[in-house]
Design a protein around this ligand. Structure first.
Ligand SMILES: [Zn+2]
Length: 158
């Protein structure tokens, strides 16, 4: 099945953001990570389990009238590090954004360990989680070394 066919599954948007190549079944987590599942009034369309050349199947999300910020990209990296993000303006791709997970995520999420030094308000430290492994993603706190549960991480967004 062609790429073009896949793209036509979701209506073309005039302005906004397209997040393609989301691992199949992760679209809901992406929405949750971006805070788009409830607190928004912009139209969001989502397709799940679309055939993909690279990885069997994938999910796609289109967000109208909203361009993802760098901070949102950093959040997205935690659930869909290989996603492709395109900013759409006047029905065409104005900008392609690359997700770079790098070696650490800084000030995106806080450590999930309650006794961590970063949980102490008297020690204002940047929140640093080290990328320990990428596939599947494993994070550890820079300070206490605790491995982070990716499901809990969603609730610890900064
Ligand atoms: Zn910690």
């Amino acid at each position: 099945m062609s790429q073009e066919h896949n793209m036509r599954r979701v209506t073309a948007i005039r302005n906004g953001t397209v997040i393609d190549h989301i691992p199949a079944g992760q679209a809901m987590r992406v929405l949750e990570m971006l805070g788009l599942q409830s607190s928004t009034t912009v139209p969001v369309s989502m397709v799940m389990n679309v055939p993909s050349k690279k990885k069997g199947t994938k999910d796609i999300i289109k967000v109208e009238d909203r361009e993802l910020t760098q901070n949102e990209l950093n959040r997205l990296a935690l659930v869909a590090p290989e996603a492709h993000v395109a900013i759409i303006r006047a029905y065409s791709v104005a900008q392609k954004l690359t997700i770079d997970l790098g070696e650490e995520v800084k000030n995106v999420v806080r450590c999930t360990f309650s006794n961590c030094i970063t949980a102490n308000p008297r020690e204002p430290l940047p929140h640093r989680l080290k990328i320990y492994k990428t596939d599947p993603l494993q994070l550890r706190c820079h300070y206490c070394g605790r491995p982070q549960d990716l499901v809990d991480v969603i609730h610890n967004l900064l």
